[in-house]
Design a protein around this ligand. Structure first.
Ligand code: CMP
Length: 138
């Protein structure tokens, strides 16, 4: 069993896509082990995306991620890190495979509806960033 962090970004929440995204996870045998809605501060968003701090899109990305409510989830399942990335599709929605969340709903390379951890190391950091162990249900 593996765990990963998923975020339904502010664009996904404001467009009423929470149910649709969660449905896709559940339909694909992914268990929601923790879920909550948060409104990230700019500082929290900067800490979360610290690996991207030298990128030209860092300021805009952290403004966007702190612009409104987001849903953070711990997903659990076999190979859930790669499974979630398959369901999300490529970061750039123009390159995302048909039927993926980003191909179906993203409007922009930044406003791409969802985030998912890209490795076991980032999953451990990202889950710990938003959840303590009491909030994750076995
Ligand atoms: P995410 O999977 O959350 O990881 C980093 C985020 O930065 C990415 O999704 C996009 O929202 C954003 N991003 C990545 N590349 C670019 C880019 N070239 N221009 C703007 N935003 C980007």
């Amino acid at each position: 069993m593996e765990r990963t962090l998923s975020i339904i970004k502010p664009d996904g929440v404001s467009r009423g896509l929470i149910g649709e995204v969660v449905r896709r996870f559940e339909k694909n045998n992914i268990r929601i082990a923790a879920i909550k809605m948060i409104n990230m501060t700019k500082i929290q968003a900067q800490g979360f995306y610290a690996v991207h701090k030298e990128r030209p899109f860092f300021a805009s990305l952290t403004d966007f991620m702190s612009s409104g409510p987001a849903v953070v989830m711990v997903l659990e399942g076999e190979n859930v890190i790669s499974k979630n990335r398959e369901l999300m599709g490529a970061t750039n929605y123009k390159e995302a495979a048909p039927g993926t969340i980003r191909a179906d709903f993203a409007t922009d390379i930044e406003k791409n509806v969802v985030h998912g951890s890209d490795s076991p190391q980032s999953a451990a950091f990202e889950i710990g960033y938003f959840f303590n162990s009491f909030e994750i249900i076995d």
